[in-house]
Design a protein around this ligand. Structure first.
Ligand code: R5P
Length: 292
């Protein structure tokens, strides 16, 4: 087995290789003078399983393109299997045509990967309108979840806490994590007016007054969703408000927005490299790759 990466998730890739005692060999990725992509493997791939570890953030388009080139090149160089480990898989949130004429990006992304890789391993992909990855992927897929790691983190670092999921689909994280640590949870009702305007309300109220509220979601992108949930929690008398997300994108000053809304602790897993990374998902990936 050879572990490589297209630039994102290099630390995770190196750790996997170290723990599995296999070779980590970085790719050379550059551009020709005209801007065309240049990609080169620096080790022999004949008969090897090649594992490309690449989070699709930052630069989702380039990441996808790099992975496709890397996968095709690996096969061309004699690899017997190409596995993509994408700690964060982008494009999953565009899972329907919200407005006439829109591209259903998740389907296109999956179609391209189906064509070039043999297996996909990812962590907490945004599955909302799809039932599973099988709805769009024809290749072997493994969906891992960071829930047990997040639950352990909360157990160790919080007291007197309640969990809030900021929208209906966050029940997959909020309710499951709350059950694991045996605390109350509620999931808010979100209305999204645009990618930068959301409103939330609490349909099933729980005791918030004097509690340490932990808002749990899969993705924090612009931060609007969690910020609105934090404002609700503040109105209801929360003592302290924190947020934990699997994937922290923090685009458009997301962190400032959260702080302004009263969120004091912002915690993420390392599926996307960021100073807020406190929870390491590498052990999940290693356990999965041990089966190969
Ligand atoms: C969507 O349903 C996701 O689970 C997140 O709630 C959403 O992507 C967060 O986006 P933003 O931070 O831009 O509000």
């Amino acid at each position: 087995m050879i572990i490589t990466s297209c630039g994102n998730s290099e630390e995770i890739a190196k750790n996997i290789a170290k723990k599995l005692r296999v070779k980590y060999s970085p790719l050379t990725i550059a551009a020709f003078p005209d801007g065309d992509l240049y990609l080169k493997y620096n080790t022999d791939l004949k008969g090897q399983k090649v594992v490309i570890v690449q989070s699709f953030q930052p630069h989702p388009d380039m990441s996808l393109f790099d992975v496709l080139f890397a996968a095709e090149a690996a096969k061309d160089l004699g690899a017997k299997k190409v596995i993509l480990v994408a700690p964060y898989l982008s494009y999953m949130r565009q899972d329907k045509r919200f407005n006439p004429g829109e591209c259903i990006s998740s389907k296109v992304m999956a179609k391209l990967l189906n064509n070039s890789i043999d297996k996909l391993i990812t962590v907490d992909p945004h599955i909302h309108r799809y039932k599973s990855l099988k709805d769009i992927f024809t290749i072997q897929t493994t969906k891992l979840t960071a829930n047990s790691l997040i639950a352990d983190y909360i157990k160790e670092h919080f007291k007197n806490e309640v969990i809030i999921g900021p929208d209906a689909e966050s029940f997959q994280w909020a309710e499951d994590i709350a059950k694991r640590i045996k605390v109350s949870a509620t999931v808010l009702k979100k209305t999204r007016f645009s990618s930068r305007h959301v409103e939330v309300r609490m349909n099933n109220p729980i005791e918030i007054k004097g509690k340490n509220v932990v808002i749990v979601d899969d993705v924090i992108s612009t931060g609007h969703t969690v910020a609105e949930a934090a404002k609700q929690a503040k109105k209801m008398g929360a003592k302290e408000i924190s947020t934990i997300a699997v994937h922290g994108l923090f685009v458009e000053n997301g962190i400032d927005k959260l702080k302004k809304a009263g969120v004091s602790k912002i915690i993420t897993t390392n599926t996307i490299e960021h100073p807020s990374n406190k929870i390491d998902i590498t052990p999940l990936l290693i356990e999965e790759l041990k089966k190969e």
